[in-house]
Design a protein around this ligand. Sequence first.
Ligand code: NAD
Length: 500
Amino acid sequence: MNYQAILQEAGIPALARVEGGIETRTPIDGSALGQLPANNPAAVEARIQASLSAFQTWRSVPAPLRGELLRRFAERVRQDKQALGRLISLEAGKILSEGLGEVQEVIDICDFAVGLSRQLYGLTIASERPGHHLLERWHPLGPVGVITAFNFPMAVWTWNAALALVCGDTVLWKPSEKTMLCALALHRRLEEVIAGFPAAPAAISQLLIGRRPVGEQLTDHPAVALVSATGSTAMGRALGPRVAARFGRTLLELGGNNAAIVGPTADVHLSLRAIVFAAVGTAGQRCTSLRRLFVHRSLLGALSPMLRKAYASLPIGSPLEAGTLVGPLIDGAAFEHMQSALGAARQAGATVVGGERVQPPGLGGGFYVRPALVEADQPIAVMSEETFAPILYVVPYDSFEGAVAMQNDVRQGLSSAIFTNDMREAEAFLSATGSDCGIANVNTGPSGAEIGGAFGGEKETGGGRESGSDSWKTYMRRQTQTVNYSRQMPLAQGVQFPVD
Ligand code: NAD
């Protein structure tokens, strides 16, 4: 299938060249897919004002009716799952199975939001005063700015938007400048659904095209009640204090540096399958990708050759081709970062296996690599950084406590896993003294979260939680209410204040 056919099938019109437009390229072979004009500051301001005005209406629409909008959107996406999945492969470089999986995640979170639309529960609380009623209610928050990264070009926005819309908020989406077409295609489908939904003003969800300055305008604008930003820790470090300075709210989903521990009782074959998917899936470009592997010394002799063998035979090539497991890196800069990390590992005395550029026939402009294994006797400095590429550092350990300490000894805290059949070890890993990450798994890898759980990480990963569980509370404001239905006027804590 040629690229134009994929774009057409996804509903992307032929894109004209625009003066000063932002170009988007496919990582498959580096060729240009088209250009989109960036929104200038006046256009962004107009959209923020439109969002604020749509919020005045949307917040009063009953939540279950808001849920109905999401139900229709999910139906629309179901119909076009193949086309959208292929577009993700084309623009983000994920293998088709993962592209389709991402679209499924869009559908799943919408389904979740539909159910949630009847479950935005508050509390009733026992009042200390007679004839009084104390309760907690959740109200819509306002316009929500959603800034997303290139590597989940559809799912991460939907994690935010589906919940925000059901909660009665309006949404302003600034996607990554590297995956604008995915955003355009998905958002158009929502726009169509909104157009056929009389209760929804058109501006409840809007797309903003642009680079960092557009993100900064959302960051600084007092009307944007919540800025939910997904991307690098550097981005979060710049954005977080600016939103805090105006007392806005943030939901930060930043870089990870995820680890797994393979304990002495682990099922080695199961571990191998999980490790390889977690480390090389999406060409190592997931925030939850496995980057550091701590293997009990007694298993290293068995696991290392299995890993080397599996890595040597990974099918690398076009993500649209059946059978490919490793697609391209997003661009040349990602390739340079990977090479520089591998150089630092070699300098630190580690053994590097793989990591070289691979050139599938006809795809010379793409940056394909053989995923790298880096074997070291102990942690090396470069392991403490997130390199957004398929590099797996493998380090032996002797004691469980030592392995957990090495795992936790990084600034990031997103995802983690242990492979073990020792119940005590598994429980210790999940306990307060075990993994310090937002996600901790047993006998399954750190990557590939389900939408039902709250997603996010600690430390420099930003502390945000989105998607399932009670993450919806971030998109609402909590109000504590006291109602006096008596004829008396008692004060709390027994305070007396007689007024005739
Ligand atoms: P990036 O930080 O380069 O860009 C992310 C988004 O932020 C883009 O839309 C970009 O235009 C915008 N942006 C950048 N600087 C900004 C600023 N100062 N103010 C406002 N907006 C700004 O990230 P990327 O390269 O697209 O994605 C890879 C990174 O994202 C990795 O670090 C990965 O771990 C992280 N990520 C984290 C999660 C998570 O849930 N924790 C999920 C996906 C990706």
